[in-house]
Design a protein around this ligand. Structure first.
Ligand SMILES: [Zn+2]
Length: 314
């Protein structure tokens, strides 16, 4: 296809009915309706602050308290947020019955689609958890496979790395340290008006740590296991390899300015695949898109699923 992207939903449904290998790439726009602030755009959080000063290894090394003071309230927002309708329909593709109904042409019907997100808000994972929880269609191995297909390329606000024993920990509670629950303190730390002592920051083993040096409870400093500015997202080589097999890529809620996610669409196009964009407005990747659907993702994405369901019933 060439020229402007099509907005013909039924034509896309026809293509999806024959799709052999689906890929999904999501960004901040997916979580907008859940109340998570986007990074760029009119109300983006980086419009007021230099990301290198609060979300980089250099900043963390120089002043870990400032980085935690910036990160922790954002994590609290993510914890309070709920997955929206778009997260939920995407998560439903982890179920074989849904894939069979909506994507009957998949060459490997046993395998959920590759699902990559740039978001570290954990909402894709939580929607997946909710879909899989109590589901009797899948055994535990199959549920683990479904989780393995979701790649949080920038990490997750629920995962932390101990810089001392290198344990990777999943922590869902808040606050992770008492001092970080105080809004006045975190605001002053971000403004460089005070420095939070390292001893008061989240540590391996938690605040009740009492001198143990066991792996995973060693008392060492924790860092958020998210990709900071200047760091390389994990698993990109493997991702590009899988992407060469994808014949339909759904790009959802991303401005496509963040590399390497921006190159996914180009990879799929180069291999003859179809690229579909769902976003609030036009994005840079629309240049290579075959289809584009503009509007809130929590409306446009479920609409696609509904239409697929209707057409496949006929
Ligand atoms: Zn440790």
């Amino acid at each position: 296809m060439s020229g402007a992207p099509s907005s013909d939903l039924d034509a896309l449904c026809e293509i999806l009915a024959r799709c052999k290998c689906l890929g999904i790439s999501t960004g901040a726009g997916l979580s907008a309706a859940s109340g998570i602030q986007t990074y760029r755009g009119a109300d983006g959080q980086w419009n007021n602050i230099d990301p290198m000063s609060v979300a980089s290894l250099e900043a963390f090394t120089a002043n870990p308290g400032k980085v935690w003071a910036f990160f922790h309230p954002k994590r609290d927002k993510c914890i309070r947020a709920q997955p929206n309708a778009a997260h939920n329909v995407l998560a439903s593709l982890s179920l074989p019955s849904v894939r069979k109904e909506l994507l009957p042409g998949l060459s490997d019907p046993e395998k959920p689609p590759l699902y990559v997100t740039q978001n570290f808000d954990g909402l894709c994972r939580r929607a997946l958890d909710a879909t899989l929880e109590g589901n009797t269609e899948l055994d535990n191995d199959e549920k683990a496979t479904a989780h393995g297909r979701l790649i949080e390329m920038h990490g997750s606000c629920y995962r932390f790395l101990c810089l001392q024993c290198k344990a990777l920990k999943t922590l869902t509670h808040t606050p992770l340290a008492t001092v970080l629950a105080d809004e006045a303190t975190t605001k002053r730390a971000i403004a460089d008006e005070l420095t939070i002592p390292v001893e008061q920051l989240p540590r391996c083993g938690g605040e009740e740590w009492a001198g143990s040096n066991r792996h995973g409870r060693c008392g060492g400093p924790l860092r958020p296991a998210i990709t900071w500015f200047g760091e390389v997202p994990e698993g990109q080589g493997e991702l590009v390899r899988v992407l060469t097999k994808v014949d339909v890529l759904l790009v959802i809620g991303t401005t496509s300015l963040v590399h390497p996610a921006a190159s996914y669409a180009a990879t799929v196009k180069k291999n003859g695949g179809v690229v579909v964009v769902f976003n609030l407005g036009q994005t840079k990747s629309d240049e290579v898109a075959d289809f584009a659907f503009y509007g809130p993702c929590e409306e446009t994405v479920p609409r696609l699923f509904e239409r697929l369901r209707e057409l496949n019933k006929k």
